[in-house]
Design a protein around this ligand. Structure first.
Ligand SMILES: *Cc1c(COP(=O)(O)O)cnc(C)c1O
Length: 481
């Protein structure tokens, strides 16, 4: 092991394997970010997470956000990309024209509200935390494709925020063609308009008659066709996204703690388990996180598995925090991989059981049903009324106006006892995206920032191709571009 500039070089040798591949064929970070799902249906994960020594950890906490993001990314991608490449990705990803509120190197500011903390991850171009991960993803993919002289078609599905964040990140990149599916039901007008105005060029917006689950099923059935097996992915199964998100956990720690080593808790509004998985990885790397507390809305699949040990899918309902309306949590498999001893055969058996019966218990796999709580996860649920109440509460406390997803986290955090360990709620979208809910909670809607004014009026009538949930029609569209 060699150490230089505070970075442990052994940490740079990250190889990824599929969670379900018994041969454990390793691929590089670059291959993984262009590949999406593994051919066996698994997700790519680092064989081992890099572990940082205490000196490095101390050093990281003093850095501004872009430097911190470079250092964390280097731990995962430093084999394939040079330090200059990674620096360029992060400088472009988090530039001040994309993150106009950046102040003194702080991109994800933490504020205190009563005894809680709120970390704002949503100050990027599309006002959701997904910008934090998709901006670097676009840069990384583009660089890899250029070097390999290749191009890539990407098929994605969005319940709202991924679509515009991916489009804002990939728009105009010459080697990428993005097809983004969105459900006709469940998205806000604002979200539709954010996507619609990016249509054209390398971006095709497709509106599917149905719900988000129908969109995800379409992606799956198209990719199951060998002709489309090489389509890339921008959802959080793409490890680039997870690895970029690790950085803001470090950035939060830095803002609430003056002494390294004191524990903190994070409260994370969760859907597909991508965000909180990044927190889990930050902890594995050495950040002193005591608990990772998952907040769900009425679609409480993740809360239930944490509390009962049973992972059970059910039809998602549309709620007022729609980006968390999931029936299964795709990234959960990456945690299962660790829990099942990184044994791909057992992971495949667990996921097969889940796919076949819609439910699986840890105790069927020799684990305690409380295993997630035993390793530092916890959870809570919030309802529509709870969200309204938390929006009012934060506003009354002088903490500004939070969006309904952040309100899910604040609801859960408010129920925790104040034991002196800082509780950091992640702010995953700005209120401007969900004005009808804000109106309902507060009786008014605040004036929009200049950059979001009149957004809904700028949409062209043909910005979305309208299709039924039929894979053959979708394949024809992809072929024809
Ligand atoms: C995507 C999203 C979430 C859920 O994040 P996961 O990584 O899927 O758990 C929460 N809030 C908002 C606003 C989102 O856009």
């Amino acid at each position: 092991m060699q150490t230089g500039k505070g970075l442990t070089y052994s940490a740079r040798m990250v190889e990824l394997v599929s969670t379900r591949d018994p041969r454990e064929d390793a691929i590089t970070y670059e291959q993984a970010i262009l590949a999406g799902l593994a051919p066996d249906g698994g997700l790519y994960v680092p064989k081992r997470y890099p572990v940082l020594d205490e000196m490095t950890l101390q050093e990281l906490l003093a850095l501004d956000f872009v430097e911190l993001a470079v250092r964390i990314k280097t731990c995962f991608a430093g084999d394939g990309f040079s330090p200059q490449d990674i620096k360029g990705f992060m400088e472009r990803a988090y530039s001040s024209d994309k993150f106009p509120h950046t102040n003194k190197g702080v991109v994800t500011p933490v504020r205190q509200v009563s005894t809680l903390f709120i970390q704002n991850l949503s100050l990027g171009p599309t006002a959701a935390f997904k910008d934090m991960a998709l901006q670097p993803l676009g840069q990384e993919m583009n660089c890899s494709l250029e070097r390999a002289d290749q191009s890539l078609r990407i098929l994605g599905a969005t319940s709202g925020d991924t679509g515009s964040a991916a489009e804002a990140a990939l728009k105009g990149l010459p080697r990428i063609q993005l097809f983004m599916l969105s459900p006709r039901e469940g998205m806000s007008e604002f979200q539709r308009a954010q996507m619609g105005r990016l249509s054209g060029g390398n971006i095709t917006n497709i509106s599917v008659a149905g719900r988000f689950d129908d969109c995800q099923d379409l992606v799956k059935s198209v990719k199951a066709d060998p002709e489309f097996a090489d389509l890339g992915a921008v959802n959080s199964i793409n490890f680039s996204r997870i690895s970029s998100q690790v950085a803001y956990y470090f950035a939060a720690y830095n803002q609430v703690n003056s002494n390294f080593g004191e524990p903190v808790d994070f409260v994370v509004p969760s859907g597909n388990f991508g965000n909180v998985l990044a927190g889990y990885i930050a902890r594995a790397m050495g950040l002193p996180i005591r608990r990772l507390i998952i907040a769900t809305n009425e679609n409480s699949v993740l809360h239930d598995v944490i509390q009962t040990g049973e992972y059970r899918t059910r039809q998602a309902e549309i709620t007022s925090s729609p980006s968390m309306d999931i029936s299964k949590a795709s990234n959960f498999e990456r945690l299962i991989y660790d829990l099942l001893g990184k044994d791909p055969v057992r992971v495949a058996a667990y996921m097969d059981r889940f796919a076949a019966t819609g439910a699986v218990r840890f105790s069927e796999f020799g684990l305690s049903d409380s295993v997630l709580r035993d390793i530092g996860f916890d959870s809570g649920v919030s309802t529509h009324e709870d969200r309204l109440d938390s929006i009012r509460w934060v506003h009354d406390q002088g903490g500004g106006i939070i969006d309904p997803h952040t309100a899910d986290a604040v609801t859960v955090a408010r129920r925790l006892s104040d034991d002196g360990v800082p509780k950091i709620c992640l702010e995953t979208a700005l209120a401007v995206k969900f004005e009808p809910v804000i109106q309902e909670a507060l009786g008014f809607v605040p004036e929009r920032e200049e950059r979001f004014r009149g957004l809904e009026d700028t949409m062209e009538p043909d910005a979305f191709l309208e299709i039924p949930a039929d894979p053959e029609i979708l394949k024809d569209i992809i072929r024809s571009q």
